[in-house]
Structures are given as C-alpha cells and as structure tokens.
Write a protein that binds this ligand. Structure first.
Ligand code: ZN
Length: 214
C-alpha cells in the first residue's frame, strides 16, 4: 500500500527495563517483541535504526535525585514539565541492555540518548529542554536526510513517551511519519486516547503491522 522508496524504521528503546520485570516496565510490552523481530528480520525498509535509553547513574529524570519526590510525579525542569521516573536504563547495566529477541545486527545505526546527566531525551531527534532552554538535536534528522529518506516508521517503547516524541520529531523534520500502533506498548493504556489525539494533531499516521505487506 505504501511506497517503499527511502524509508526508515526506528525501533525505540526495546530494553530490559521497559519490559516485564524491568524497572519501568511498559504495559504488556512483551506482546510486541515477536512482531518487531519479524519486521526487523524482513529488512523491509531501506534503513533500520534503533534507539537505546542510556542514562548516567544519577540522571536528572530519576525521582531518586529529587528530595521528597516519587516516581511519576511531574516537576518543572528548566521551565518545562518533566515526569520523574524510577531509576532505569543506567548505562552498562542489564536494565539498559537491548532485548535479545531482536536481531540488533540488522541495525544500520544504534543511537544512544539521555546520556547527559542534566537533560532527558525522549525523542530520537532532539533532547528535551536543557538549562539554556534549547533542545539540542541528536543528528538523526541529518543522517536520514543525507540518505534521502522520506518515510519514517516508528515502533517500540513507550508508545506514549519516547515513540510518540520520536514520531513528533520526525514529523517536525518533514518526514512522512507513521506510528505502527500494535508494535508499540505504552507506559499506561490510560494514555492511549491522548496518544491518538496527539498523533492526529501532529499529522502522524497511525497504522498497524498488517498494513505493511512484507
Ligand atoms: Zn529514560
């Protein structure tokens, strides 16, 4: 149904801590693994990119770093809302490892994000706001544009946070952007409705894996 010319798949944060039993397990996250594995194995897209949340031990996004705060509280950070998370995806730990279900050897690029101790990064394209009120880019848009990618497909974890922000980032950078709904899992299904609304508002096309004939 869709032209395959210069398309990229971005597999977001399929890591131990976001899977069942992990520090920040997404809702029914293991249900997407087989589908993502098969899609990656098919090598259907021109480029395959993965992201890996990769935080220093005392990352600003951890509730443990904020006196009197608990996980899932929201604070104002540099003038913008920031959700505080359980300690997760600490670089070099088992929790930060990419899940072995997926064949990561099939990736053209694995992009680590959230590496700065004082800045979070949900999107694969841009960090969250920093102390200077800026959102530094990761360089991914340039990478894709140099390769003449026009269509960007997003899957992974979490649908309501890093996948959504990555899709928004792709759209803002001018890519035709697709979110493959059933190859994503949310932090909480309570956010499904707002996620759908935000996709619609931002011009992100929600599709299902069955829509992709591979
Ligand atoms: Zn994180």
């Amino acid at each position: 149904m869709m032209s395959l010319a210069k398309s990229a798949l971005i597999v977001v944060d399929i890591q131990t801590d976001f899977l069942p039993g992990g520090a920040l397990a997404c809702y029914q996250a293991d249900s997407i693994l087989k589908g993502v594995k098969d899609l990656v194995d098919a090598q259907y897209f021109d480029y395959h990119i993965a992201t890996q949340d990769w935080h220093p031990a005392h990352h600003i996004s951890f509730a443990s770093q904020h006196e009197g705060k608990k996980a899932f509280d929201t604070i104002s950070l540099y003038g913008h809302p920031q959700v505080l998370w359980p300690d997760h995806c600490i670089k070099g730990t088992v929790g930060a490892a990419l899940d072995p279900t997926i064949n990561w050897d099939n990736m053209d690029l694995i992009l680590r994000k959230g590496c700065h101790p004082q800045v979070d990064s949900y999107s694969a394209f841009q960090e969250n706001f920093n102390q200077k009120g800026e959102r530094p880019t990761t360089g991914l848009a340039g990478y894709l544009k140099e390769k003449e990618v026009k269509n960007v497909y997003t899957v992974g974890l979490a649908r309501d946070v890093c996948v959504l922000w990555t899709a928004q980032g792709a759209k803002e950078q001018g890519f035709n952007t697709f979110l493959i709904w059933d190859l994503c899992a949310p932090v909480t299904p309570d956010h499904d409705e707002i996620t759908r609304q935000l996709c619609q508002e931002h011009g992100i096309q929600i599709i299902h894996v069955a829509d992709i004939r591979y």
